[in-house]
Design a protein around this ligand. Structure first.
Ligand code: BES
Ligand code: ZN
Ligand code: ZN
Length: 498
């Protein structure tokens, strides 16, 4: 979708559908500011339009250059947020599809959100709301898709241009993460996923290097190798790197993404319904990291960022690892496996201890790690866990701020040392399950045992994949984490401005 900005008046905008977003306050009365451009249609519609969030009204004015006008509600003027704008734009995208519009205009108003942020939010909401995964449909719906989105702004057009461009890039990177999650598992085996990363890196100008099984063995990644043993497809470990000359950090921000390309549970086999049937999404952490790398490279953020993607299937094949196996991990620690379905923490542990070689400023991992995180927070937030040291409050605050701004919320869970008791093993340093209580936390406590730097763990099991649609997120992969971390990294760069 092409995105552009214009300063011509709303009435002159020649589009199939023009979106006009209005607050509650702007919606009582006759909306006389619009009647001069669009005439009677607006005057007659005005009493029916409340301006409440979620409310929309489609009009066919006789005057003005737009074929159709949609009024979209934003709620109270003093409460307009990025999220309201994204949701209204996504509702606009739904209407555009309904009327088969090919060109759409959005008028950027003077809301309590600044013009640059508002434009970014509008473009994100429109593109993300337009997203459909059609790769496997042989009968393509005969609907025109939007070719061009035009933001109309009377002033502040420079800020609008910056925001619109950033919104487009970030939304496209979210869509590429969604595509990877929605892809059939046989098209994203570890080797194929690694090739996709190499292609992405080449296309957008960052680096990717892929380790094969031999290199993974040489590095002693006992967790990744154990999980892989029941699969015919070999594992990969992929290192992604964005290291611009103007970087403001000496040591990198390292992002680790869980890359289980399909999780059967292994010998501790999952049930199919409402469990294994969604497990092509068990690489959503990896997909999010890939989306972030694409975004930082395309936006040329002045931050040194490394992405680490351990990838394997988890299957119960002939040589599969078994409950009772004791593994020697990359860090040298030993782990007693008591459930082969708690595999994510095993591959992440190896990636996290390898991350130390970068002497990282901070490491953030994203993982569809536990059903317990879904039970705790549903689809509306990721669980955030971090070591309870002096820096914890700042790390939590920075991610929560990014979460509120992007609508990709994170919620902190406690990491009391008491929880570590639940993963003590009778025979090894640790065991890979912690019993019924606090499953998301004991998984994080397990990871913490492999960490020796500032670290945040995001359990995205609920937020990464939807069985029922949410605003601007259709069923399937959501791309959760891309917008959150791009925002976090932009802020990180800003704080380090020389
Ligand atoms: N990939 C799953 C977690 C998951 C569950 C992701 C639901 C998305 C939706 C993970 O590998 C897993 O199976 N975790 C187990 C751990 C348990 C055996 C300790 C779980 O949460 O049940
Ligand atoms: Zn599992
Ligand atoms: Zn898993």
């Amino acid at each position: 979708m092409k995105v552009s900005v214009t300063t011509i008046s709303v009435a002159e905008l020649d589009v199939d559908l023009l979106l006009i977003l209005r607050t509650r306050e702007q919606s009582d009365g006759a909306m006389s500011d619009l009647t001069s451009g669009f005439g009677g249609a607006v005057r007659r519609a005005a009493p029916d339009f409340s301006g409440e969030p979620g409310v929309s009204l489609l009009l066919y004015p006789e005057t003005g250059s737009a074929r159709r006008v949609a009024l979209l509600g934003l709620g109270a003027a003093d409460g307009v947020t990025n999220e309201h704008l994204r949701r209204a734009a996504a509702e606009g995208a739904r209407l555009a599809r309904q009327v088969k519009a090919e060109t759409v205009g959005i008028s950027v108003g003077d809301w309590s959100v600044d013009a640059e942020d508002a434009s970014q939010a509008l473009v994100e909401g429109f593109i993300l709301g337009s997203y459909r995964f059609e790769r496997y449909r042989t009968k393509h719906a005969e609907e025109a898709s939007v070719q061009r989105l035009v933001l109309q702004a009377v002033d502040k057009d420079k800020a609008v241009r910056r925001g619109a461009e950033r919104g487009r890039v970030v939304a496209e990177c979210v869509c590429s993460a969604r595509d990877l999650v929605n892809l059939s598992p046989d098209e994203k085996t570890p080797v194929l996923l690694s090739r996709a990363m190499e292609r992405s890196a080449k296309k957008y100008g960052y680096l990717a290097s892929v380790w094969d099984r031999a290199l993974i063995e040489e590095e002693g990644m006992g967790g990744l190798l154990a999980v892989n043993r029941g699969s015919v497809e070999p594992p990969t470990f992929t290192v992604l790197e964005w290291m611009p000359d103007n970087r403001r950090n000496e040591h990198p921000v390292v992002l680790v993404g869980k890359g289980i390309t399909f999780d059967t549970g292994g010998l501790s086999l999952k049930e199919t319904e409402n469990s294994m049937d969604a497990m092509k999404s068990d690489m959503a952490g990896a997909a999010a990291v890939i989306g972030v790398m694409e975004a930082v490279a395309r936006l040329e953020l002045p931050v040194y960022v490394v992405g680490l993607i351990p990838a394997t299937e988890n299957r119960p094949g002939e040589n599969a690892y078994v409950p009772g196996d004791v593994l020697r991990m990359h860090s040298g620690k030993t782990v007693e496996v008591l459930n082969t379905d708690a595999e994510g923490r095993l591959i992440l542990a190896d990636a996290l201890s390898y991350a130390k070689t970068y002497n990282p400023e901070i490491v953030i991992d994203l993982a569809t790690l536990t059903g317990a995180a879904v039970v705790a927070l549903g689809n509306h937030a990721a669980a955030l866990m971090t070591s309870e040291d002096a820096g914890a409050a700042d790390r939590i605050a920075a991610l929560q701020v990014a979460g509120e701004r992007t609508g990709e919320r994170v919620h902190p869970m406690p990491m009391y040392e008491d929880y570590a008791k639940q993963i003590e093993s009778d025979v090894a340093d640790l065991k890979n399950i912690g019993g019924r209580g606090a499953g998301a936390i004991t998984a994080a406590k397990f990871l913490e045992a492999f960490v020796s730097y500032p670290w945040v763990h995001l359990d995205i099991a609920g937020a990464a994949f939807l069985r029922k649609e949410m605003p601007y997120r259709p069923v399937g992969g959501t791309g959760f984490g891309v917008r959150l971390l791009v925002e976090y990294l932009r802020e990180y760069a800003d704080r380090r401005r020389g």
